[in-house]
Design a protein around this ligand. Structure first.
Ligand code: SAM
Length: 371
């Protein structure tokens, strides 16, 4: 049974990285005058109320979007300023308005669509699937919401009629077999549709499945890949907690690496946790050509996995751009939650009477498909 609820984590540092990358992917892939299929295999509820009991319980958003909210756009790299502007749009666009809501990947994806594009959303958890359907009940026919398994949905949709697709795979990794399941699904997806762009989120945890995951994905038979991870603190000594997360993109746009290279140092600076742990904040950015060994078994874990080199001073491959992070600004508002944060592990139980997750505002004039 699924127990993960994204409402506890919405807007945290992992969402910032994931949604920033998602927007960049959409920006690039909607430049070509040919329909794009966007498939969100693990869509969540679609919108989150940051004043709800869920969000307030761990207040993870304070260490994510909360850190960026008050920063003047001129002090952010353009891609990061654009991301914050989208979240402001979701919050009603008030100048200096408070941060009350956070959109999920479905709304962010919808905003990037043109009339010719299609969005397919899947959610397995019955409560979140109901919320997702309610949040998108007024959406145009280009958006379809399915209550069900997104990996099976992806399989059925590939290849899309237009032969152009962006697939976001953002599981909760509640069980450790999720990693192997995602890997197998990607193998199958690449066989069906080798040229699609696949973006996979994963948590950076002190567990073999997590540590080995990017290296496994590098061997999938895609043309090329890009791997980015953002770590807001040193890994906890007890091995619990999510100090960072990564996005692994198969067949990425060629522009993405340069954009991320510009954004990541600033993101590390802004999101690094306070105190000594925050000194371990860093990012990893690497890219390469895909493998041909999509079916090989897991190799033994390497002694020093690239993504867990905490200082970036040694062990990074030459195409890795991670550097040690400056300390967090003294005025930053983030705080370390008192229990393991992030998706995996031991998600807290849902409050009994959850506040209804809000519906996203209708598309504003800046939504491309509405123009
Ligand atoms: N992508 C969302 C976003 O960025 O706003 C967040 C998604 S959340 C991290 C993961 C979601 O996947 C959870 O809501 C969980 O219920 C759902 N889920 C888990 N297994 C699934 C599956 N096989 N198919 C579809 N959804 C699944």
């Amino acid at each position: 049974m699924l127990s993960y609820r994204h409402a506890f984590h919405a807007g945290n540092h992992a969402d910032v990285l994931k949604h920033l990358v998602l927007l960049q992917l959409l920006d690039y892939l909607t430049q070509k005058d040919k329909a794009l299929y966007v498939i969100d295999t693990h869509a969540g509820a679609g919108a989150y109320d940051l004043k709800s009991d869920y969000a307030k319980k761990l207040a993870e958003f304070q260490g994510g979007i909360g850190r960026l909210w008050e920063v003047p756009p001129a002090d952010l790299p353009p891609a990061l300023a654009d991301y914050v502007a989208r979240i402001r749009q979701f919050n009603g666009n008030e100048a200096n308005g408070p941060l009350r809501l956070y959109p999920g990947s479905p709304w962010l994806a919808q905003q990037g669509l043109r009339d010719i594009d299609r969005l397919r959303l899947y959610e397995l958890h019955s409560t979140d699937a109901r919320l997702l359907a309610a949040n998108f009940k007024d959406a145009s026919r280009q958006v379809q919401v399915t209550s069900g398994d997104g990996l099976a949905g992806m399989k059925a949709l590939l290849p899309p009629p237009s032969r152009r697709a962006l697939v976001l795979i953002d599981p909760s990794y509640e069980v450790k077999t999720d990693y192997a399941t995602i890997y197998k699904s990607l193998q199958d997806a690449l066989q069906r549709f080798a040229t699609g762009t696949y973006a996979v989120w994963y948590p950076c945890l002190n567990r073999p499945e997590s540590r080995q995951f990017p290296d496994r994905l590098k061997r999938l038979p895609a043309k090329d890949w890009l791997h980015v991870s953002l770590h807001v603190r040193s890994p906890d000594a007890d091995g619990f907690g999510m100090a960072g997360s990564g996005m692994f993109i198969l067949n990425p746009p060629w522009t993405l690496a340069a954009t991320l290279k510009e954004v990541l140092p600033r993101l590390v600076e802004l999101l690094a946790e306070e105190g000594d742990a925050g000194k371990g904040a860093h990012f990893v950015l690497e890219s390469g050509a895909g493998g041909t060994l999509g079916d090989t078994p897991l190799r033994p874990e390497r002694a020093r996995p690239t993504v867990f080199n905490p200082r970036g001073s040694a062990g990074f491959p030459s195409n890795t751009a991670g550097r040690k992070a400056p300390r967090a600004p003294a005025a930053s508002a983030g705080q370390k939650p008192g229990r393991p944060a992030g998706k995996p592990g031991n998600p807290p139980q849902s409050p009994r009477n959850p506040a209804a997750t809000p519906r996203p505002p209708r598309k504003g004039p800046s939504g491309r498909s509405g123009a």
